[in-house]
Design a protein around this ligand. Sequence first.
Ligand SMILES: *Cc1c(COP(=O)(O)O)cnc(C)c1O
Length: 368
Amino acid sequence: MLKAQGTVLEIDLKALKHNVEFLKSRLQPHTKFLAVVKAFAYGSDSIEIAKTLEELQVDYFAVAYVSEGIVLREAGITTPILVLHPVPEYFETMIAHCLEPSLYSHRVLEAFIAVAEDKKQTHYPVHLKFNTGLNRLGFSQIDCPKILSTLENKSAIKVTSLFSHLAASEDLNEKQFTIQQIETFKTMIAEMASGLGYTPMLHQCNTSGILNYPQAHFDMVRSGIGMYGFGNDPKFNPFLKPIATLKTTISQIHTLEKGDSLGYNRALIATKTLQTATLPIGHADGITRAYGNKKGYVIINKQKAYIVGNVCMDMIMVDVTEIDCNEGDEAIVFGPHHTAEHFSETIGSISYEILTAISQRVKRVFKR
Ligand SMILES: *Cc1c(COP(=O)(O)O)cnc(C)c1O
């Protein structure tokens, strides 16, 4: 492969395939696999990722917003797409693009039925979201009778699935709470199924749910972070491969003498002779200011180079005093070894946040 020039996010599609196969190996054969590709497939590239996943025959996709679903449809993706957080303003557009809504309140349910009827739909697939303890989006059990009466004699829509979302599936200290969420979901399902006269598809697990709560896989699971290589628990690291490597190259090396300052606001004053390397990546690329002043580090020639001074919009400076390196050498911000999880931990954050923060300015390249 050509030596990277400037900053690139390298996406390993073979690693993606490996991760999906590992996650699927934890499921019963009948359990469907929904691939969560919201937020540019967790900061990678939603189109390339969705195309690869479609080849792997995932059963469903999910995105957060309608606009993300439209991008996939325009790229030729034909697999069903669940939109987790649609707003009524876009219901008509959703129907035009065959995007399936998560309906989480009486307000959105009634609004969607009205649009589906207006557009002369029959049995348009919709998904009802239930709140079992996350308290973010979703109907409560007390809403069931009213949902059922709203749905009565309505042929414009068809309830394709009932689902819920776990609040702490990665935290085994919260096992009791998670088990309670699973039980609450089952009671809601029972009430809905008896009222509807059939049982729609059921799903509750995200990645950590898949790994930690096999009893809650139901008919389908929804995986995001696991496909991208993180299991939220070191014990799963041997089985998952981070798919994204954020790398850049040294633009210039400076020597600072004792008393010299570095960067904006002179955040670092050299107390001895220092060598710093300037890298073409900054907060506009997703490296938030919190990583500056020796919190985060990158890897240059297998050694840790701490980010020194304040993070600039387009650049960071790293301390290479003890590292044998040259202009043009590669610097790894995160990758399979110095992972996004490690990197983000240096500022008390999580893999999800740094991955999705990598801005669209960073060129994506694919390893197939
Ligand atoms: C984002 C999201 C997921 C994926 O969660 P991971 O922890 O990344 O696997 C699943 N379900 C819902 C409702 C989500 O919002």
